[in-house]
Design a protein around this ligand. Structure first.
Ligand SMILES: Cc1cc2nc3c(=O)[nH]c(=O)nc-3n(C[C@H](O)[C@H](O)[C@H](O)COP(=O)(O)OP(=O)(O)OC[C@H]3O[C@@H](n4cnc5c(N)ncnc54)[C@H](O)[C@@H]3O)c2cc1C
Length: 477
């Protein structure tokens, strides 16, 4: 079969593009090198829906960030991913930084950010009592929010798949050739996919993918960001996302509640050799702790539950690269999507569809497109009475597997069956929160392994933590 479109990369950008294109009569396939979706930058980031005051005016980042924010809040009503408009505070700690706040405010106005205001330190502390006494002024960005980045990605790809998009995991694109207007894309083990149009959404790999297709016009510079996640006892310290003034390297260390009620602190910004550098360092975590306490001195890092690193895919010119390649016709680059890529993803996807129209591709509406995805957390959100009624019909929902996060067997089985299906422990964790709590899966992992083996028809010894050889057990004694 020759697909109309092959999308390389199953992150939030590949997902948003896939869902956008599912609105048209096109056959599409997503090719992903890992064994699940949302495993690159779209898994490990701050999860902030940025207001749009930070990007330089007249850049793609500024335009698509502003357009993207409201699109995300609207899409959440159809796709049921967790999102909340909590607003963000950017704090000044000195007279010099006060001038920076004014600059950010003016830039925000130029970019079209609605509903910003500047507060004194005391006014800000009335809204956020645990904010440092050293804060002298705050930019209050009320259109900003928080979102669960991997649930957003799962929802976009799940909805695209429900509408006919195919997903091929463990397909590492190694070769792209074009002959008579058709691309032949080969994987690490010789599997071949053919398509009329290729859309490169490969994140940290986007520079390399472009080069193997014949266009080496850009190179990705990976920059790591380390985080510490704290448990729900800390989640109520602040309601807004608390930023410090941004620098050239990034938006600085933030302290933010997450949509699940935890507290997130970080990220650092360090150049690294490759996007595989996802380890944490003592110095990185020390920086996160010290700078978080500068904004919110009461944060208690004894309540940390995990640390992790996400790697940004930047480019020397600082803007997103979204265009048909000059050198390879029919090949669209959507690369260097660092922050605010998450906030902009739906606007990026619409921009890609416009590029395709400009290339003369006929985008005829798909009358059968269903924009809604069933709420994967419908059970969790029920009242006790509703849960009891539901359990009468399906007893699996009455068996609690993860005690920390109260996740039932029914929810885990559904996550392994629903698009895109969970295939390993981390996949179940991202979809259901089983293993996300204080014990980090120490208690529930063996039973979750049994459920995965049972649902997938494989042996328990074949179940992995996160694909490619990460087996949990060696053999059955
Ligand atoms: C530390 C950090 C903090 C951030 N904070 C925010 C924030 O608060 N708000 C915001 O708006 N944005 C934020 N961002 C940016 C946001 O996370 C990214 O813009 C977004 O996740 C990029 O998505 P993507 O799909 O392009 O990349 P990815 O999610 O990395 O997806 C690319 C996919 O391509 C696959 N791939 C690569 N090479 C190949 C190949 N050869 N064959 C097949 N598949 C391949 C990868 O495995 C991966 O799954 C942050 C980023 C980082 C790292």
């Amino acid at each position: 079969m020759i697909y109309d479109v092959a999308i390389i990369g199953a992150g939030v950008i590949g997902g948003a593009v896939a869902r956008e294109l599912a609105k048209y009569k096109l056959s599409s396939v997503i090719l992903e090198k890992e064994n699940d979706v949302a495993v690159g930058a779209s898994k490990a980031n701050s999860g902030i829906v940025h207001g749009g005051f930070d990007p330089e005016p007249d850049t793609l980042k500024a335009k698509l960030n502003i357009l993207g924010v409201e699109k995300l809040f609207d899409a959440a009503k159809e796709l049921h991913f967790p999102i909340k408009r909590n607003g963000s505070f950017v704090c000044a700690f000195s007279e010099q930084e006060r001038a920076h706040i004014k600059e950010l405010y003016d830039r925000g106005i130029q970019n079209g950010v609605p509903d910003m205001r500047i507060l004194s330190g005391d006014e800000a502390r009335k809204l956020e009592p645990e904010l440092s006494g050293e804060v002298v002024e705050v930019l209050d960005v009320r259109n900003a929010g928080i979102v669960c980045p991997y649930e957003l990605t799962l929802a976009l790809i799940g909805n695209a798949m429900d509408n006919g998009t195919e997903l091929k995991v463990e397909f590492r694109v190694e070769k792209i050739e074009k002959s008579e207007g058709i691309f032949t894309i080969s994987s690490q083990n010789g599997e071949i996919v053919t398509a009329k149009t290729v859309i490169n959404c490969a994140g940290a790999g986007s520079g390399k993918i472009s080069a193997i297709a014949g266009d080496n016009s850009f190179e990705i510079i990976p920059r790591a960001g380390e985080y510490i996640l704290l448990d729900k006892d800390e989640g109520k310290r602040v309601t807004h996302t608390i930023f410090q003034c941004p620098t050239k390297e990034g938006k600085g260390i933030l302290v933010s509640p997450t949509v699940d009620g935890n507290l997130l602190t970080g990220p650092t910004a360090n150049k690294v050799e490759s996007a595989d550098n996802t380890g944490t360092t003592i110095s990185g975590l020390d920086t996160v702790m010290a700078l978080s306490k500068k904004s919110v001195p009461t944060v208690n890092f004894r309540n940390s539950i995990t640390s992790f690193t996400g790697v940004r895919s930047s480019e020397k010119n600082g803007d997103f690269i979204i265009a048909e390649s000059d050198k390879v016709k029919g090949f669209i680059n959507v690369g260097a999507i660092d922050s605010p890529g998450l906030s902009s993803c739906l606007a990026i996807a619409e921009y890609v569809a416009e590029i395709m129209k400009g290339m003369g591709i006929d985008l005829e509406e798909n009358p059968n497109f269903n924009p809604t995805r069933e709420n994967p957390h419908a059970f969790r959100e029920m009242s006790d009475e509703q849960k009891n009624e539901f359990i009468k019909k399906n007893a699996d929902y009455g068996k609690i597997v993860c005690r920390c996060e109260t996740v039932s067997e029914g929810e885990i089985r559904a996550a392994i069956r629903r698009n895109p299906p969970a295939r390993d422990l981390d996949g179940v964790k991202r979809r259901t929160r089983s293993g996300m709590g204080r014990c980090q899966g120490g208690f529930c992992a063996p039973y979750v392994m049994e459920l995965i083996a049972n649902e997938r028809g494989i042996k328990k010894e074949e179940v992995t933590k996160k694909g490619s050889g990460s087996y949990m057990v060696i053999e059955k004694l």
